[in-house]
Design a protein. Structure first.
Length: 339
């Protein structure tokens, strides 16, 4: 599913089924999902194990669908719950999130108050998500998330919201997440190694090497019907990345294009676009360029007010470090770069 479609998930009658309060996320279970679950369940001769495999598979497919909708990359080939051998040996429903690790997707039935966490998945997971499987209405509702569990019984009223899940994923990235509150700035702790790994080395882009969640600019821009940054005859490269702030249903797309002016100097263009169906960025979203000491550069700051996109353009020398802060209200994301 294209990211544009993320806030228009519909059932067969056309009804929008994403919960307005963002505390849960309901999706339709289509025929293909049922067929996949049935295929895995038929590999178990024991009737009880077959039922477990069936529900586990539906839970994984629901979480994978949700991740696709909000631009989180998954790798089903590394997911234990979709591995014939692993799923036959363990009661596991693990989905592998790229560059992060395994998240356990636990199914529950409607009206249940607790979720069972098998002993074999109490560790080596980056988190646990609970999915209510409603076969009668052909729906799966993602109820919430916890980072860790201490025993095999998880009360559903202890679940955190999906917004907490998104913030947690940002914390797992090698990028600093800044939370601004009244008269106070709290920075998520990161080790020296994490900060070092979190600096995007732009020189590698000229060699076609992208990391840290960045994707080829032309491919992403084409999917979103966005005009790419104008190309020149000089050596240049560009990439795009989806950014999620406090509005999971309205992500933004950050595009960075660099052009080599001469051997030592590079021109950088940063653009921010809406990545939902809206043609305008949310009012108040801001781009601020920071120097190597993380101090804002006043002349390189733009804030949206009925804008289709925002842009910052500047030049730097090879070896220069800078950061881009994207903020909306109390939430901020900090992306670090070295030219």
């Amino acid at each position: 599913m294209n990211i544009i479609e993320m806030n228009k998930l519909q059932n067969e009658s056309g009804e929008i089924i994403m919960d307005a309060n963002q505390l849960a996320f309901t999706i339709p279970i289509d025929g293909k999902m049922f067929q996949t679950a049935e295929r895995f369940s038929q590999q178990e001769k024991n009737k009880q194990k077959s039922r477990v495999a069936y529900l586990n598979t539906l839970a994984i497919l629901a979480i994978d669908f949700y991740c696709q909708c909000i631009g989180i990359k998954t790798e089903p080939s590394k997911s234990h719950g979709l591995d014939n051998i692993a799923s036959s040996l363990m009661n596991t429903a693990s989905l592998f999130i790229k560059d992060k690790g395994l998240i356990e997707c636990r199914p529950v039935l409607p009206k249940e108050k607790f979720c069972e966490i098998p002993s074999e998945v109490l560790s080596e997971r980056i988190g646990y998500m609970v999915v209510e499987i409603d076969e009668g209405n052909r729906q799966a509702k993602i109820l919430g998330f916890v980072e860790s569990v201490e025993n095999e019984i998880l009360p559903l009223n202890k679940l955190n919201s999906l917004r907490s899940f998104l913030l947690y994923l940002h914390q797992l990235q090698s990028v600093s997440v800044v939370k601004v509150s009244t008269n106070k700035v709290d920075i998520v702790d990161a080790s020296v190694n994490q900060i070092s790994e979190g600096i995007v080395k732009l020189s590698k882009w000229f060699e076609g090497l992208l990391d840290g969640g960045w994707e080829a600019e032309l491919a992403v821009a084409k999917d979103l019907a966005i005009s790419p940054v104008d190309e020149t005859e000089k050596r240049e490269s560009g990439a795009a990345k989806f950014i999620h702030l406090q509005h999971p249903s309205e992500p933004v797309l950050l595009i960075l294009r660099q052009t080599q002016v001469n051997q030592d100097e590079v021109e950088i263009v940063l653009r921010l676009y809406p990545a939902s169906e809206s043609i305008f960025l949310l009012d108040g979203i801001k781009m601020t360029l920071l120097d190597e000491e993380d101090k804002p550069i006043p002349q390189l700051e733009k804030q949206s007010k009925a804008n289709n996109w925002l842009q910052l353009r500047f030049k730097g020398n090879v070896g220069d470090e800078f950061s881009l802060k994207i903020s909306l209200g109390e939430d901020s994301i900090l992306e670090k770069f070295i030219i």
